[in-house]
Design a protein around this ligand. Sequence first.
Ligand SMILES: O=C(O)COP(=O)(O)O
Ligand SMILES: [Mg+2]
Length: 231
Amino acid sequence: MNHQPNRICAIAFDLDGTLVDSVPDLAVAVQETLASLGFDKCTEQQVRGWVGNGAKKLMARALFWASGKEADSQQLQQVMPIFMDNYQRYLHQHSRLYAGVAETIAELHKQGYKMAVVTNKPYQFAVPLIEAFELQSYFELILGGDTLAKMKPDPMPLQYLIERWGLSEAQMLMVGDSKNDIIAAKSAGIASIGLTYGYNYGEDIGLAEPNAVCQQFNQVLSWLATEPVTL
Ligand SMILES: O=C(O)COP(=O)(O)O
Ligand SMILES: [Mg+2]
């Protein structure tokens, strides 16, 4: 791997909606949590629009939809263990890697890129999900939404990686499906690729203005091959 100061040699990947279509299992966990509280069940499609800011915010959005009012911290404190238990049970029953992810991650690893997962998903779920798809050996680090004091769109997890790996901003790329990923990348001063197939609250990822918009995961390889010099 070429470690020139202005060439990308490290990549941070988002997890939900980028590597893994995790909504099928998240949806069942949300639905069962709502049902156990006596609320109507939401649809999988609704959950698709609620994912992005971690497990607590997901349940807060679901409760708002179900009850018509904002959940207070006491209610969330009571509901979160139920959701966490439910999601723990389903985690990777119906979740699937997106097309091209396994091959592309293996190829990037072969090419020598340093790789990490930077997700807003709680760490306790991120690790077994990545392990279920046998990807853990490719990633030097997995940062969950609760690993550091702040999660995306805050740049903290990306700044942590840059510092820990002793890189310049120009050497790092963020690949994600949500504007949270792109905002975090921009705030950290690094390049980003936005994927169109994931979860972005139903919005066009292009509106967040990543350096490139890709329809398929393997296009990350061709982008890196043609656009390695950044900023
Ligand atoms: O758990 C979430 O809310 C989103 O997770 P992600 O950051 O991997 O997309
Ligand atoms: Mg995502």
